[in-house]
Design a protein around this ligand. Structure first.
Ligand SMILES: NC(=O)c1ccc[n+]([C@@H]2O[C@H](COP(=O)([O-])OP(=O)(O)OC[C@H]3O[C@@H](n4cnc5c(N)ncnc54)[C@H](O)[C@@H]3O)[C@@H](O)[C@H]2O)c1
Length: 252
């Protein structure tokens, strides 16, 4: 495809698959150069392949970086690499996330810490590194992946719910800190979306959950990516500090 004028540069964490990959594709479709990220060198080849495919399909520049977002130095190095390779940083999507579910009686402190390390500390690490660049530019968009579970809680997920509620706290506080620099910060709260993360559910669990969703079905990664694309667009310039659900009517 012929290359088009870039709309800016977007970095999406945890974008080798699932919602993150759909976000990277949607941002590329909208004309952003994109930096994909995977957690380790093991998956870099596959993620670089996904970046190459995006570049081909949408005529943008695409780059892949391996970095564990829970490691503050690695997160900073990832942001630096994105800026060095693609020239600037206009959009950060903090999408990387994990689950380690279990009722509290069976949840080890390690399971709690591991989820908070990636989902909450990882978001902090990337926000901190990206905010430095965006503050100098006096513009930027930060979009944090929370969850309906961060708003409403869920039995068996105290670690995940705490991390995703924390992401909302970061979002609202940082929106207040960065607004004067024309940087918006918003959170997206997906409900149940068909990805590897929800593939772990049994058919019985899926049916029970679908019964609680107004639209009666799980969402697709593209449903979440559509909102992320909008929040990165000029039309969303006056929206900040918000938590927006994409949940098919689960939480209403
Ligand atoms: N699928 C859902 O129903 C759902 C609902 C609400 C919120 N979310 C959130 O959406 C985001 C994406 O989830 P998904 O459903 O696509 O799951 P997924 O497991 O398919 O994708 C998560 C991605 O994050 C990456 N990742 C994990 N740890 C990382 C680390 N330390 N550093 C960098 N990358 C790391 C994984 O490699 C993977 O590519 C997560 O934050 C998740 O909590 C998902």
């Amino acid at each position: 495809m012929e290359s088009m004028e870039t709309k800016g540069v977007a970095l999406v964490t945890g974008s080798g698959r699932g919602i993150g990959l759909a976000c990277a594709r949607e941002l590329a479709r909208r004309g952003f150069d994109v930096c994909l990220n995977c957690s380790s060198a093991v998956s870099l080849e596959r993620t670089a392949g996904a970046a190459e495919a995006i570049a081909q399909e949408f005529g943008v520049r695409a780059h892949a970086v391996a970095a564990d977002v829970s490691d503050a130095d690695a997160a900073k190095a990832m942001v630096d690499e994105a800026v060095q390779t693609l020239g600037r940083l206009d959009v950060l999507v903090n999408n990387a996330g994990i689950t380690r579910d279990g009722l509290i009686a069976r949840m080890n402190p390690e399971d709690f810490d591991a989820v908070v390390d990636v989902n909450l500390n990882g978001t902090f690490n990337c926000c901190k590194a990206a905010a430095k660049v965006m503050m100098k530019q006096r513009s930027g968009r930060i979009i944090n992946m929370s969850s309906v579970v961060g708003v409403a809680g869920n039995a068996g997920q105290v670690n995940y719910a705490a991390s995703k509620a924390g992401v909302i706290g970061i979002t609202k506080s940082l929106a207040k800190e960065l607004a004067r620099r024309s940087i918006t910060v918003n959170a997206v709260a997906p409900g149940f979306i068909s990805t590897d993360m929800t593939d772990a559910l049994t058919e019985e669990q899926r049916e029970a959950i679908a019964g609680r969703i107004g639209l009666g079905r799980f969402g697709e990664a593209e449903d979440v990516a559509a909102l992320v694309g909008f929040l990165a667009s000029p039309e969303a310039a006056y929206i900040t500090g918000q938590v927006i659900s994409v949940d098919g009517g689960l939480a209403i």
